[in-house]
Design a protein around this ligand. Structure first.
Ligand SMILES: [Zn+2]
Length: 751
């Protein structure tokens, strides 16, 4: 049979990938530090950015009408329309509304936003990317047929899959639709005319988009965007996602069992024993084929056929068993495996023929060098999971993340089926990548560090591995290893790190949630960090060890840096403009130096996890505006030496805000909580110089009042109070103690 897949082993061989080592120092993170507009400022907490918004409690967002209700806050116009493409409730009862942006009813590529709703209905956050300020005509100068003809000229394949009758029939069967075809449908969209991850409206052009599957092993399947006015090919992205190559031999998995289908007098390699059908086809050393493996008595011979059937089943079992996900698309879509393809060649692929996988036969006819180990099987189907969720576009940083999630969940499939985890990709037949030490294979373990393939000014192509997707994946791979297993050391830039492992079982749940509920097609490394922090927050709580270690692990791979400053005293003159003064545990102002807040309409914020203290010497001038609040998550990390302007605080609780205007205040001394954390009750002691009216109120971390413990007069001296909390749920709370006019907020934890 004709080979229909491009062999890209040359383009992605390790020696080629190792040559492009670029070191960049200085301010490395492409952080979005754009200020919020005033309409957004009114509904978003101050640490929000346009791409990662945390809503104020009082905003009362309706997730179904948010983009109409707050059109100006999102800087959308009457020409823009946000349409829900998916609504999902997750396993902890959050609801995620995934929106696609349309401009004059045309899809805006990469314009996606996800709105997140807590189980109690509160919409706490939203993230993604909008392409604002598009001003484009939408009448094409070229019709669809003209544009397709230009796209096919660009592809220049010898033959296309819609010209292959066998594959056309197979697609109709898989999709249970007699009209299904590989012939490119064509859609008028707005697409960027470059590959820089800037996503500016000025980059966008009216374009025809076509998904083109080829029946030519020299040309990979692509989505091609044709400028609908000029006819130029302005953008193209690979649909197919390949594994990269290696060599070597090793053992496989011994005796395994799997399900087959009795057909006539023999059994064949179709597993229809669960909602998801698994088909394993024998390519016989050639291209995609619809020939089953068969066996007369169901006691199978043929190590490669057995491996492929067991690997696909293991992948299915992992995703349904661990993540409650039915198949790659979450809705029991067929799992198609083309096994033993292309004798003599080394690779594997998701997407080369649509929503299917293909595994190459390797250099020899032996089964032990086939590219169908459990982790490679898991890797390829994870590309399907990614396609059906975040849909990370396959180039540059988003493509590297796409590859990394496949490596991570490939390893988790192996761990699930074999009981151990080697953090090596394809080790059963010869490892090609390492999650624990990416440098061993010429891949980076630090963002922008050694072996990083520069994506700046890079135009993605097969020859440059779509700007290094199989190389730069090393950064998140290393993140996953270190957050799972822990470790200490220094990054390529000499920054020390220290991570306590939370186990791969915990880490995989966080990564899965980040991938499927937070990331969008254009997500970058900084978004991957934020998404995993958000996922850890959802699953384990805001001051949990898990979220802290996730922050530490990203720090360990150079994605957002960390100051070790748990306490910080801020001195100087602050004219405001949304400035954050923040440290992890304790923020003080004017302890031995002057801190002055000068008048401005925009607030200055003092935040910390445990205490914000304003000492004498702190002056807020008349007309100035500042807010101090407890920001009870210590995962907030930032670059040493830039601790005046914060870009990425995790979350604040404005309901517990200590809004202090034009006055100085000292922390109320003499308040103690014992024990803290507590189990069933705690004692509060308050030492008063004069008798005062005292009110004690408990808030949860979303600022919702949980209980008012007391409101009564206390006497001079030490007052000992005991509060029964047996019927309060475990978790982190804020205890607000109001003594006369003085408010103190303490963080307490019920275990
Ligand atoms: Zn891959």
């Amino acid at each position: 049979m004709k080979r229909i897949f491009k062999i890209i082993s040359k383009a992605i061989s390790p020696h080629l990938l190792a040559v492009t080592t670029v070191l960049i120092t200085g301010n490395m993170m492409a952080q979005n530090t754009n200020p919020l507009n005033s309409k957004m400022d009114a509904i978003a907490k101050p640490q929000s950015t346009p791409n990662w918004i945390e809503f104020r409690e009082e905003a009362k967002i309706n997730p179904l009408t948010i983009f109409n209700d707050y059109q100006q806050a999102f800087e959308l116009t009457a020409n823009d329309n946000m349409s829900i493409v998916k609504t999902e409730k997750d396993d902890i009862e959050f609801t995620h509304y995934r929106y696609q942006q349309f401009y004059k009813n045309l899809k805006v590529m990469y314009g996606e936003f996800i709105v997140h709703q807590l189980p109690n209905g509160f919409v706490n956050s939203a993230n993604g990317r909008l392409i604002t300020g598009i001003n484009s005509a939408i009448t094409p100068a070229l019709n669809k047929e003209q544009a397709l003809s230009l796209a096919l000229q660009f592809m220049n394949a010898k033959k296309y899959l819609w010209q292959n009758a066998d594959m056309e029939n197979e697609l109709k069967r898989q999709e249970k639709n007699v009209d299904a075809t590989y012939f490119p449908e064509g859609e008028l969209v707005l697409a960027p005319a470059n590959y820089e991850a800037t996503f500016m409206a000025s980059d966008y052009k009216l374009a025809w988009s076509f998904k083109i599957y080829t029946d030519d092993n020299e040309v990979m399947a692509k989505t091609v965007y044709v400028d609908a006015v000029s006819g130029q090919i302005i953008h193209h992205t690979d649909i197919a996602m390949n594994c990269s190559t290696g060599s070597g031999t090793s053992a496989f998995n011994g005796a395994v069992s799997f399900s087959t289908e009795l057909s006539g007098a023999s059994f064949r390699s179709h597993n229809d024993c669960q909602a998801t059908d698994i088909y394993v086809y024998n390519c016989g050393g050639g291209g995609a084929s619809t020939t089953y493996y068969t066996d007369a008595d169901n006691a199978w011979t043929g190590a490669s056929a057995i491996q492929a059937q067991w690997g696909a089943l293991s992948t299915y079992n992992y995703f349904i068993g661990v993540h409650s996900r039915a198949s790659w698309n979450g809705t029991s879509g067929d799992m198609i495996v083309y096994n033993n393809a292309f004798a003599g060649q080394n690779n594997a692929c998701w997407g080369c023929t649509g929503n299917q996988t293909i595994f190459y036969a390797g250099n020899t006819s032996s089964a032990t060098d086939d590219w169908n180990t459990n982790d490679i099987m898991g890797h390829e189907f994870t590309h399907g999971v990614t396609q059906a969720s975040a849909n990370l576009v396959y180039n540059k940083e988003s493509g590297a993340l796409n590859e990394s999630f496949s490596d991570i969940f490939g390893e988790m499939v192996e761990s699930w089926s074999e009981g151990t985890c080697d953090y090596l990709v394809g080790a059963d037949r010869g490892a090609i990548r390492s999650l624990s030490n990416p440098n061993l294979y010429g891949h980076p373990d630090t963002y922008l560090g050694t072996n990083w393939v520069s994506t700046v000014g890079c135009t993605p192509s097969g020859a440059n591995d779509q700007c290094g997707v199989h190389t730069n994946s090393g950064v998140q791979n290393r993140y996953f290893h270190i957050v799972s297993e822990g470790g200490t050391g220094t990054t390529d830039f000499g920054v020390p790190y220290n991570v306590t492992g939370i186990s791969r079982f915990t880490a995989r749940g966080i990564s899965y949630r980040a991938l499927t509920f937070y990331l969008t097609s254009s997500s970058q490394y900084i978004d991957a960090r934020k998404a995993s922090l958000q996922a850890a927050w959802d699953l384990y709580g805001q001051c949990s060890n898990e979220i802290i270690q996730v922050g530490n692990a990203w720090h360990a791979v150079g994605v957002e840096s960390q100051s070790a400053q748990f306490s910080k005293n801020f001195c100087g003159n602050y004219p405001a403009s949304g400035t954050f003064m923040q440290s992890i545990s304790l923020t003080t102002a004017a302890n031995g130096c002057a801190t002055t807040i000068t008048p401005s309409a925009t607030a200055v914020y003092f935040t910390a996890r445990d205490n914000v203290i304003l000492y004498p010497g702190f002056i807020a001038q008349s007309g100035s505006n500042f807010t101090a609040y407890l920001e009870p998550c210590s995962s907030t990390m930032w670059r040493t030496g830039s601790d005046v302007t914060m870009s990425d605080a995790e979350r604040g609780i404005t309901s517990n805000t200590l809004a202090i205007q034009n006055q100085t205040e000292k922390e109320t001394d003499g308040i103690a909580i014992v024990p803290n954390p507590f189990n069933s009750n705690f004692d509060l002691s308050i030492n008063l110089q004069n008798g005062e009216r005292t009110k004690v109120v408990l808030y949860n971390t979303l600022g919702v009042k949980v209980r008012e413990f007391m409101d009564k007069d206390l006497l001079e001296g030490v007052n000992k109070l005991s509060f029964d909390c047996r019927d309060i749920a475990t978790g982190v709370y804020m205890l607000e103690i109001n003594v006369g006019e003085t408010k103190t907020v303490k963080r307490i934890v019920k275990n």
